[in-house]
Write a protein that binds this ligand. Structure first.
Ligand SMILES: [Zn+2]
Length: 198
């Protein structure tokens, strides 16, 4: 296949794909990485070790998957890049909400070093609170793509994630459809709490 040389990663920047669960964030990330094969561009894809749902792969619910480098903390991204010898243009990170607070610093450093950094992750937890690793990224990113899911109650576009069938108040509980569903603002339990009311 003839490669197109117009891929321009010389001006590094950060792009964030965010939204609730079931909004297609990983699908969108993998779609973008797959398109790189038409260019003379190479990527590294990182996923967090804590996410045990799909070890060594970033996998979308539509069945698309790409092998990934599984890491325990965001500093390992820098260590990995220093170690490898091949040319890399794009650093991709999936399930970024599970990373530590240094993720934004790391991503900004990489963008300053002219990498295109594409990050996919949940913006809000089940309580409508930002995930710490995503908070600063969303502020410093050049581009933010906020995806929507479909509300499991009314069918409207959904930006929130509801946690059901579990009592834990912990921000991070790994799970899928058994304990999470996408909800619109009006169908989310928070709409009945003081947080969203005057
Ligand atoms: Zn709804």
């Amino acid at each position: 296949m003839t490669k197109i040389n117009s891929f321009n990663a010389k001006k590094g920047q950060i792009e964030v794909i965010c939204g609730p669960m079931f909004s297609g964030k990983t699908e969108e990330l993998l779609r973008r990485l797959n398109q790189l094969k038409y260019y003379d561009a190479h990527y590294l894809l990182f996923t967090p070790k804590i996410d045990t749902r799909s070890p060594k792969y970033a996998r979308s619910r539509n069945g698309r998957k790409l092998s990934s480098i599984t890491i325990s903390n965001s500093m390992e991204i820098i260590k990995y890049i220093k170690k490898i010898k091949k040319k890399v243009d794009v650093i991709a990170i999936d399930e970024a909400q599970f990373f530590d607070n240094n993720l934004s610093l790391i991503c900004n450093r990489l963008a300053n070093e002219n990498y295109l950094v594409i990050v996919s992750g949940l913006d809000m937890d089940f309580n409508g609170k930002p995930f710490p690793a995503m908070k600063e990224l969303l502020i410093t990113a050049e581009k933010v793509f906020k995806l929507k899911a479909i509300c499991s109650v009314c069918g409207a576009k959904a930006s929130f994630t509801e946690r059901t069938n579990i009592n834990s108040k912990k921000q991070i509980v790994i799970g899928d459809k058994k304990i999470y569903s996408a909800r619109c603002r009006h169908c989310h339990s928070l709409s009945k709490s003081r947080i969203f009311q005057k």
